[in-house]
Design a protein around this ligand. Structure first.
Ligand SMILES: Nc1ncnc2c1ncn2[C@@H]1O[C@H](COP(=O)(O)OP(=O)(O)OP(=O)(O)O)[C@@H](O)[C@H]1O
Ligand SMILES: [Mg+2]
Length: 245
């Protein structure tokens, strides 16, 4: 028995909802969604934490432009705050050095991060997952039994197939799925919406493709002017309302 598992439970006692942002396929916008959703929920007056669990390619700090923040140590690690969002990532420790990890190293790094981080009281802890159905996702779901998942896809049959497979695995594990976000939408087409309905997945909404996002990366003020942020804000409103009910 790993003593860290009981510590992890205590560390997350004050967190109302834990939401993993996953989706299976790479590059569909999990990190953009996680980062902007955290920002949007915080702007809606919620207490939010953002945990980047992409241990080998963390990106949330690049998307939000988080630089020069250092975690403070006091009976654990206090996650630094950025635009109202408490942030934790391996990048706070490894800086820009590569962090190649495999097998048990991944499991240990996740346990360590969950064990040392003092999230305190949060309405939402958003966890950005790496692509694939790997240790990061399954370890998190097993450690944090009440973790719910948002699945991100793009308007593509190929990407949706992976979402479907992941949803089957999550259901098998009896892990709750909040719903699907369709990112990078370019034209009106209800293909993903229909596919979600067929397999009984909740369609949370879409996020438009916005070519202005690239220029806004690393600059919160500019990000907030994009269509991407406006669409994420609508999804944040849904999650905020869900919490009330
Ligand atoms: N709605 C959008 N409009 C325009 N560009 C977008 C949109 N969503 C994501 N992108 C861009 O697509 C790229 C991939 O996004 P992101 O890194 O969030 O994907 P990911 O699913 O986290 O990738 P990975 O699987 O590698 O973790 C980034 O360059 C990001 O800026
Ligand atoms: Mg990512």
């Amino acid at each position: 028995m790993d003593p860290r598992t009981s510590v992890i439970g205590k560390r997350l006692e004050g967190v109302k909802r834990i939401i993993a942002v996953s989706g299976g396929k790479g590059g569909v916008g999990k990190s953009v969604t996680s980062s902007l959703l955290s920002l949007a929920l915080s702007r809606c007056g919620k207490r939010v934490g953002l945990l980047d669990l992409d241990l080998s390619s963390p990106s949330d700090h690049i998307i939000l432009g988080i630089k020069g923040l250092y975690p403070e140590e006091e009976n654990g690690i206090i996650p630094p705050e950025f635009h109202g969002v408490r942030f934790m990532s391996v990048t706070l420790f490894a800086k820009d050095e590569p962090t190649p990890l495999r097998g048990d190293d991944i499991t240990n790094a996740i346990r360590e991060l969950l064990c040392i981080t003092r999230w305190e009281n949060l309405d939402f802890l958003i966890i950005d997952m790496p692509p694939g159905m790997g240790d990061e996702l399954f370890e998190t779901i097993e450690l944090l039994k009440r973790c719910e998942t948002i699945l991100v896809t793009i308007p593509s049959r190929v990407a949706f197939e992976t979402v479907k497979k992941l949803s089957l695995v999550l259901r098998e594990m009896r892990s709750p799925i909040i719903g699907v976000i369709e990112n990078m939408k370019r034209e009106e087409n209800d293909f993903i919406q229909r596919r979600c309905k067929e397999i009984n997945l909740n369609y949370l909404g879409s996020i438009r493709f916005d070519e202005k996002l690239e220029d806004a990366i690393g600059d919160v003020e500019k990000i907030m002017e994009t269509k991407v942020y406006r669409d994420v804000l609508r999804i944040a409103e849904i999650l905020k309302e869900e919490q009330k009910g």
